[in-house]
Design a protein around this ligand. Structure first.
Ligand code: BES
Ligand code: MN
Ligand code: ZN
Length: 495
């Protein structure tokens, strides 16, 4: 996708597709009046008719005799509610419709009347991100039975004074969009293709392309490092586990931000086998890993002035004669012993070794993203990522980054009382805490291994993938975490 900022007004767009975002109104905004006149008053008639009210997610297509070949109006909702997230969604909804219909070159105009408090560079950033999001499709395993095309050229209309700043925003938006699409493509791959070693290869490729340091450990090296909780999860699978570390150096000094991603390439539950219904969706259990890799793509393009380490413990969770059994006890990398009561609570086992391994980098903070619990869907549904951590300032920083990135987070408490639930009779700790507060007790488990640094955990089990098609987001993998992580990293780099 190539984004350009073009100085111009909407009535100057001729012969191509133009997307115009419009808040709830019955009147043509001033900045669109000349376009309306050129199109024979079609916009005004549409708004007055009530067929298109400008409510959020609404899309209407006009084919004016003069001006753009195709004019797509996208609703923004109430004027006072307009934000970066709203503009991102609108751009995504418009691009989704347009690219599905076979158009890969388009212009976007966001009328100044409908920008709320969003500054020009932000407008360009979120429109670019949204366009990439709306245009994304996964057709790797499909024949040519669709009209859909790639988004090849996006141009955003600007006034002369805002061209520079919008260019900056678009540059950042492009990098983030590419990272997010990269993550979604990885998520979409089936478990027989995207194995732990495949994730290792992808990490090496990303490192080569952008000049990161990559370390991909095989099981022997993982064992030498004492990461036996990770190995316990992998022990039922014929696919070898991998422990992946990516290092980006953008500053001379300063402890790195550590980003940890759960990389279970398929989660059958192991001996504590999951029911068959919807089990195919457990190919998405590497979404945390995809978020980290996608973020590194964005970082590779933007080169922020800070240090970032990515850590991905990757394994496949399978039942077999060599698999871990309920009741088995393993010693973790940190040294604490774990009673594995339920082999389906495998995410926290691979993550705990990654969290204690992270200490060696003397991180300024550690963030992890994981499709960790079904319970988070019960608590928050599909519209928020749960965030928990051992440092409220860091948690708040994550929530703010999420707001700016259009990835909403909601904090759950990590009070001591909950840790009672993961006490074991025979080992230092057990890996499940019963039915109540499942997302919290999972985080309590992780907290036992994230002792020496500020840490926040993102449970993305409800947000990593979309259940049903929405105007701005196709059903399937969402690349959740990439925008938030990138925003967080850039925020830290800016000081
Ligand atoms: N990968 C799952 C969590 C999950 C569930 C993600 C549904 C997406 C959708 C995780 O490994 C898991 O199985 N968690 C168990 C934990 C339980 C055994 C304590 C769960 O949530 O049921
Ligand atoms: Mn599981
Ligand atoms: Zn899992």
């Amino acid at each position: 996708m190539k984004t350009t900022i073009r100085v111009g007004t909407p009535e100057q767009v001729k012969g191509t597709t133009l997307i115009v975002t419009v808040g709830v109104t019955r009147r043509v905004p001033d900045s669109v009046k000349r376009l309306d006149r050129l199109s024979g008053g079609a916009i005004g008639r549409l708004l007055r008719s009530g067929d298109f009210t400008g409510k959020c997610g609404q899309v209407a297509t006009l084919h004016p005799v003069k001006g753009p070949r195709r004019l797509v109006l996208v609703g923004l909702g109430e004027k006072k509610e307009i934000s970066g997230s709203v503009l991102r969604r609108a751009a995504a909804a418009g691009c989704k419709v347009v690219t599905a219909a076979g158009t890969g070159r388009l212009s976007v105009f966001v009328p100044p009347e409908f920008r709320g408090d969003v500054a020009a560079d932000e407008v360009a950033r979120v429109v670019t991100e949204g366009a990439g999001q709306g245009a994304w499709r996964f057709r790797e395993y499909k024949g040519n039975d669709s009209d859909a095309v790639e988004l090849s050229a996006l141009s955003i209309l600007a006034r002369p004074a805002e061209r520079r700043t919008m260019q900056e925003g678009a540059k950042r938006g492009e990098a983030v969009a590419e990272g997010q699409s990269f993550a979604r493509n990885l998520q979409a791959l089936p478990g027989n293709v995207c194995t732990p070693s495949y994730l290792g290869d992808v990490a090496s490729d990303v490192a080569k392309e952008y000049g990161f340091k990559a370390t991909v450990m095989d099981p022997a090296r993982i064992k030498r490092n004492g990461m036996r909780a990770l190995l316990a999860v992998a022990s039922g699978s014929d696919h070898e586990s991998r422990f992946i570390v990516l290092e980006y150096r953008g500053a001379k000094n300063g402890g790195p931000i550590c980003l940890v991603g759960k990389g279970i390439t398929f989660d059958t539950g192991g001996i504590s086998l999951k029911p068959a219904l919807n089990m195919e969706q457990m190919k998405y259990d590497m979404s945390g890993a995809a978020a980290v890799l996608g973020t590194f793509v964005a970082i590779g393009r933007l080169k922020p002035k800070c240090n970032v380490v990515g850590i991905i413990p990757a394994a496949e969770n399978m039942p077999s004669g060599t698999a871990t059994k309920p009741g088995d006890i393993v010693e973790s990398h940190l040294g604490k012993t774990i009673e594995i009561v339920n082999t389906d609570a495998e995410g926290r086992l691979v993550l705990c070794d990654a969290l204690s391994y992270a200490r060696r980098f003397k991180p300024s903070c550690v963030l992890d993203a994981a499709t960790l619990t079904g319970a988070v869907v019960i608590a928050l549904g599909y519209h928020a990522t749960a965030v928990l951590g051992n440092d409220d300032d860091l948690v708040n920083e994550v929530i703010s980054a999420g707001d700016l990135a259009g990835e909403r987070c909601w904090q759950l408490p990590l009070w001591d009382e909950y840790s009672e639930q993961i006490k074991s009779d025979v080992a230092d700790i057990k890996n499940v805490g019963g039915r109540s507060a499942g997302t919290i007790t999972a985080a309590c488990f992780l907290a036992e291994f994230a002792e020496d640094y500020p840490w926040a955990h993102l449970d993305i089990a409800g947000t990593a993938q979309v259940e049903s098609d929405a105007p701005h987001l196709a059903k399937g993998p969402a690349g959740t975490g990439v925008r938030l992580f990138t925003q967080f990293v850039l925020g830290r780099a800016a000081g």
